[in-house]
Write a protein that binds this ligand. Structure first.
Ligand SMILES: Nc1ncnc2c1ncn2[C@@H]1O[C@H](COP(=O)(O)OP(=O)(O)O)[C@@H](O)[C@H]1O
Ligand SMILES: [Mg+2]
Length: 236
């Protein structure tokens, strides 16, 4: 999915005092790109991902998804768009503790009211893809931190979203396990042609992603490469 951000502002209001966070972000992300975002704590990385994920609305400016102005639509249309097109992974996996890995990954399909058989088959397939074939009946408490994040990734991707947003997905993992999750993100981005934006404060992990952005003063700095003239995977 192509994501085009133009003059994006986002402020929070606290006791009628404006807290500006995003101050006019301009950014173009091409379909299939894998992008990292780094920046100091409090700079607005999560706020930016929330708006990109339509979990929050811009104060000013536009975000176009394949040219479409989703924020101009009704709240119901916005959530339908989000459910169909966007997958999220957070620092903490937010898996349901009483359900197995397979059941957790089946959850989005159940919410979307897909047939049970289809939900199960898709969940198994994506758990295979993240290397957890042998762990499908484990509950989150019976998995390692890295495995839990793999399940969270599988759950984010099971409905084949076109945009994957990850907010410090390795923030809770040691360097080695975090590296393995980044390798997996790399592979899934290639195999599934999903556009992926990964917030991380681990600069050595970020350095391995093909396009790196950083945030300062409520803006996304232009990366040296820029979105044009670089090879990106073709859309599916
Ligand atoms: N719901 C909110 N209400 C008021 N201020 C907020 C809210 N969420 C975040 N902020 C403020 O916005 C700034 C950016 O936060 P955040 O996007 O979480 O930064 P980051 O993810 O880069 O650490 C911070 O100063 C934070 O305190
Ligand atoms: Mg954050």
């Amino acid at each position: 999915m192509r994501v085009q951000v133009k003059g994006l502002h986002k402020s929070y209001w606290m006791d009628r005092v404006e807290v500006p966070v995003l101050n006019g972000v301009d950014l173009l992300i091409e379909p299939g790109e894998l992008v990292s975002i780094t920046g100091a704590s409090g700079v607005g990385k999560s706020t930016f991902l929330h708006v990109l994920g339509t979990l929050d609305i811009p104060s000013r400016g536009t975000v176009l998804y394949d040219g479409e102005d989703i924020f101009g639509q009704s709240p119901a249309a916005i959530s339908a768009f989000r459910n169909r097109n966007i997958g999220f992974v957070f620092q903490f996996h937010h898996l349901l503790p009483e359900f197995t890995a397979l059941e957790n990954v089946m959850m989005p399909a159940r919410v979307a009211r897909l047939p049970d058989r289809r939900a199960r088959d898709d969940a198994r397939a994506i758990l295979d893809l993240v290397g957890l074939t042998h762990r499908v009946t484990h509950r989150p408490g019976e998995l390692s931190g890295g495995e839990q994040q793999r399940v969270a990734l599988a759950r984010a991707l099971v409905l084949r979203p076109r945009l994957l947003l990850a907010d410090e997905p390795t923030g809770n993992l040691d360097e080695h396990t975090g590296g393995a999750i980044h390798d997996l993100l790399f592979r899934l981005n290639e195999e599934m042609h999903v556009t992926a934006i990964v917030v991380t404060h681990n600069t050595s992990l970020a350095a391995r992603l093909p396009r790196r952005l950083s945030m300062h003063g409520g803006l996304v700095d232009t990366d040296s490469a820029g979105p044009l003239g670089r090879e990106v995977p073709p859309p599916p």
